[in-house]
Design a protein around this ligand. Structure first.
Ligand code: TPP
Ligand code: MG
Length: 893
């Protein structure tokens, strides 16, 4: 870059100098607040008279916190440096060893290497453990920094060497250390999963908000407990990372701190080779009201910046693009002198007293504990808005030529002997040359000053981090009679399962002891589900209360916002809503105060829209109910193919601890919810629930008598209606779920009246639970040959029932097919594979071939194949029922 281009002409401009001098004078005499006020007035004046006023939300490319503003470091810096070096060593050793033992086992060295100081200052001075009077901080660790967090725990003697030797060997004798933060596998250690990039930051946002919600509702004492989210700069490209940024400033969440590790690299190469990620993020965060702390330069730069009275150095710092900065971290001092300082002779002069080696060793802010401390200190004291710390670091810091700052750093997993020796020397690890070979673990003795120091720090800060509470839930049980009314049926009145569900939810909310713990969460869809009566009765949570008179104030069901409101009305964000769901549904562990969330959403925009967060909810052992409303490919008329869900159950079935139901009737819903609360909070199982509810109105029958009904609802199937016919008549068994049960009942009547066929109708509440049960039985049988075999539930129900099976649902055929092999008789499946259509319900059921006449046809066909009736009966039925056999297949249209 030419010198001329760099030099700023206006520094030589006398008028400019005048203005700058005046500004300095104001700051000297009256302070920065006064200067800011003047500038704001000038801005208004300029705006009035011109159009092209620059709008910017970035500040110069220097540290936000100057040397004078930095507090003295409160700890033993030498000691902490030694501890940090040891933690670095073991993090490296753990990954190297894992890959030496077996190629391809993976792990990351360079992420933690770049973030070590960011974490260590936190561990020694900020991160509060569970016993801290304010409650433990909630920390979202950058997933692929996990070796460093384990290394810390090892040095703290929370985990032992055999466990570390089994890093990423999760099937090992010790249970191993999980690749990434996974509470599912290490429930007493990790709090929240993060490594699917972007999920950490959005969970942190809603966690911070949920903690405030709990405080404002008086369920937790007010505290200065923090939520920290550590994320990569590359990770900020994920929509989830930045998609919820406007909420925390809007709600004044000063309990939230983001730390973005800006090592300028992601996996393949630079994050913004041709730009500056720090400035880009600053503009974004500052633009929506975050407190932004740039932590760019280490102490070595302070003196130079203080001498930079003309702003030359600051300007130069703002010119260099990230790709070039990355190059500085590998190319050495001479290169830096030429390319960075050489841009202007005055800059060169500033560093003439420094050797190339000195230039090379000038640290970045994120590697300087004093600077990191200053940033964290400011962040934790800041009030009124959330803070983001943009920390510059070098990826693979300390790995030297083995991978520092290189594009291949991310995948660095092995160090040769020379590189290990260099690493040892650089961080002064007390291992001999011989010992270094093979990268052994190293930790100071239990009574060493290092161990005592770090344990003392953790004790003062309230105990170990990360750690997760495992123990009984304190959720009150709902009163016994709460669900009674739903067992009586709807007495001839029509209602949809959505309305029934809302009624169940309302009753839970009104329950004296359990009620306050219930957290209804909606993404701007409450009216769709008829939940607006809850607005007034329970209020919509709004930390500011309600600062306006709502337009519908004179309406009985007005939009009531309040500081202690119970509903979380998240607006149009399924990702945000499920993040709230996770926060609420893990409150039993994170705050030892169990809450019961119900997240109600458009079923199409759940599993497939935020499936990765549903997966994370499972990993985090979230407890609660996901409710997919207006579900069913043909049950939702109108709307069309983007809205009509016929496969969310298939997606739900892939989440191992998600229990999914497609209920048909009021008593089924009540029973499922009752059993769910019991299973999650009384029997303390780490499961969560998914229910689909529809908007079709129909009459709900009373619950059939008998324990097998109650049991069957929960296990997935029970007999709803027995054919009233002599045994020598041709028989079929009709299985259906959700609203399609009514089609099966209509088919039962049709078959009896028009074809002399007797049909029993079974309500299948959960195809996927039936399948899991059968798989379990099969597996047991496989491993116990010759023993009395376990009989799958579905087999036991259908055994001895006459005739073939026809199974239909409002979902893809895979669901019934998933249980067909355990039916003791031939099995025909109907389902709604294909893109939906906007049409009437009757048209849709005809189109997708799941209405009563198609069920009847399938029954006749199955009987024909079995030889029970002549095939011509089925053939004639096609004409009789008005079915066009040559029409195209809806699955592919
Ligand atoms: C959703 C998702 N996509 C891709 C990955 C794979 N991945 C893991 S780390 C990584 C690069 C991370 O870069 P950055 O966020 O800058 O973190 P750094 O290691 O540089 O600190 C990628 C692409 C992932 N874990 N999650
Ligand atoms: Mg990065």
């Amino acid at each position: 870059m030419s010198t001329d281009a760099v030099r700023d002409a206006h520094l030589d401009d006398p008028e400019m100098r005048d203005w700058i001098e005046s500004l300095r004078e104001v700051m000297r005499r009256s302070g920065t607040a006064r200067a800011a006020e003047l500038l704001r007035s000038l801005q208004i004046e300029a705006q009035r008279n011109s159009s092209g006023l620059p709008v910017t939300s970035t500040t110069p490319y220097v540290n936000t916190i100057s040397r004078e503003q930095s507090p003295a470091y409160p700890g033993d810096r030498e000691m902490e440096h030694r501890i940090r070096s040891i933690v670095r060593w073991n993090a490296m050793a753990m990954v190297v060893e894992a890959n030496q033992k077996e190629h391809g086992i993976g792990g990351h060295i360079s992420t933690y290497s770049s973030a070590a100081t960011l974490y260590e200052v936190g561990f020694n001075h900020f991160f509060r453990g569970p016993d801290h009077p304010s409650g433990g901080d909630v920390i979202y660790f950058q997933g692929h920094a996990s070796p460093g967090i384990y290394s810390r725990a090892y040095v703290e003697r929370r985990i032992n060497a055999p466990q570390v030797h089994e890093f990423r060997r999760e099937l090992g004798a010790t249970g191993g250390l999980t690749s990434y933060p996974h509470p599912w596998l290490m429930p007493e250690f990790w709090q929240y999963p993060t490594v699917s990039m972007g999920l950490g930051p959005i969970q942190a946002v809603y966690q911070a908000r949920f903690l405030r919600y709990m405080e404002n509702r008086g369920m937790l004492p007010k505290s200065d407990r923090k939520v920290w989210a550590f994320l990569g700069d590359g990770e900020t490209d994920e929509p989830e990372s930045l998609g919820a940024l406007t909420l925390p400033p809007r709600e004044g969440l000063d309990n939230l701190i983001f730390v973005v590790n800006c090592n300028l690299q992601r996996l393949d190469g630079p994050v913004r080779g041709n730009g500056q990620i720090v400035q880009e993020l600053e503009a974004l965060f500052r633009g929506v009201g975050w407190n932004v702390i740039k932590l760019l330069w280490g102490s070595e730069w302070d003196e130079l910046l203080e001498r930079d009275t003309e702003g030359l150095l600051t300007r130069r710092m703002g010119q260099v693009v990230d790709g070039e900065y990355q190059k500085y971290s590998v190319a050495g001092g001479a290169y830096i002198r030429e390319r960075f300082w050489g841009a202007d002779p005055r800059l060169l002069k500033m560093v003439e007293h420094l050797s190339d080696d000195d230039l090379w060793r000038m640290r970045l802010g994120g590697h300087d504990m004093d600077k990191v401390y200053a940033a964290y200190n400011a962040a934790t004291r800041h009030t009124g808005s959330p803070t983001v710390i943009l920390a510059r670091t070098i990826k693979g810091y300390g790995l030297g030529e083995a991978g520092e700052g290189k594009n291949i750093s991310h995948q660095q997993k092995a160090l040769n002997e020379r590189e290990l020796l260099e690493f040892r020397d650089r961080f002064a690890i007390p291992l001999s040359n011989e010992e270094v070979v093979g990268a052994p673990l190293y930790r100071p003795a239990e009574d060493s000053p290092e161990t005592m120091y770090l344990l003392d720090r953790r004790r003062v800060l309230g105990g170990p981090v990360p750690s997760r509470y495992v123990g009984p839930s304190d959720l009150p049980r709902p009163s016994e009679d709460l669900f009674d009314e739903f067992r009586d049926g709807s007495a001839g009145r029509e209602a949809s399962t959505t309305v029934v569900f809302v009624r169940v939810l309302s009753k839970l909310l009104r329950d004296k002891s359990l009620g306050p713990r219930v957290v209804p969460i909606v993404p701007d869809e409450a009216r769709t589900f008829g939940m607006e009566p809850l607005f007034r009765e329970f209020g919509i949570y709004a930390q500011a209360g309600q600062l306006y008179e709502p337009v519908d104030a004179d309406n009985l069901l007005y939009y009531r916002e309040s500081r202690d409101g119970q509903m979380l009305e998240e607006g149009i964000t399924e990702a945000g809503s499920i993040s709230s769901f996770i926060a609420a549904g893990t409150s039993y562990a994170t705050s030892r105060h169990a809450m019961l969330p119900f997240f109600i959403f458009y079923s199409m925009f759940g599993m497939q829209r935020v499936g990765d967060l549903v997966w994370a909810a499972g990993d985090a052992r979230t407890k609660g109910f996901l409710v997919g409303g207006t579900a069913g490919r043909t049950t939702l008329p109108g709307e069309g193919l983007q809205h009509q869900d016929g496969h969310s159950h298939l997606l739900a079935s892939a989440v191992p601890n998600l229990i999914a139901y497609d209920p048909a009737y009021a008593y089924e819903i009540a029973e499922i919810v009752r059993a769910g609360i019991e299973r999650m909070h009384v029997r303390n199982e780490d499961v969560f629930y998914y229910l689909t509810v529809g908007n079709e109105n129909y009459v709900h029958p009373p619950m059939p008598q008998g324990n097998e009904v109650r049991d069957g609802i929960v296990r997935g199937m029970y007999r709803l209606s027995v054919a009233d016919a002599p045994i020598d008549q041709p028989h079929v068994q009709l299985l259906a779920s959700g609203p399609i049960v009514n089609e099966a009942l209509r088919a039962q009547a049709l078959l009896a009246e028009q074809f002399g066929v007797a049909a029993d109708v079974w309500s299948v509440t959960s195809w996927t639970e039936l399948r899991r049960d059968a798989l379990e039985a099969d597996r047991w049988n496989l491993f116990h040959p010759g023993d009395q075999p376990h009989v799958p539930f579905i087999t036991s129900l259908l055994a001895g029932q006459p005739g073939p099976v026809v199974a239909a649902s409002d979902y893809v055929k895979t669901l019934p097919d998933g249980v067909s092999k355990w039916a003791p008789s031939p099995f025909v499946t109907l389902g709604t594979d294909g893109f939906g259509r906007s049409a009437s319900r009757a048209e849709l059921r005809d189109f997708f071939e799941v209405d009563a006449k198609h069920i009847a046809l399938a029954a006749l066909y199955a009987l024909g194949r079995a030889g029970t009736i002549p095939m011509t009966t089925a053939r004639n039925a096609i004409t009789r029922l008005g079915i066009d056999p040559e029409r195209p297949n809806p699955a592919t249209r």
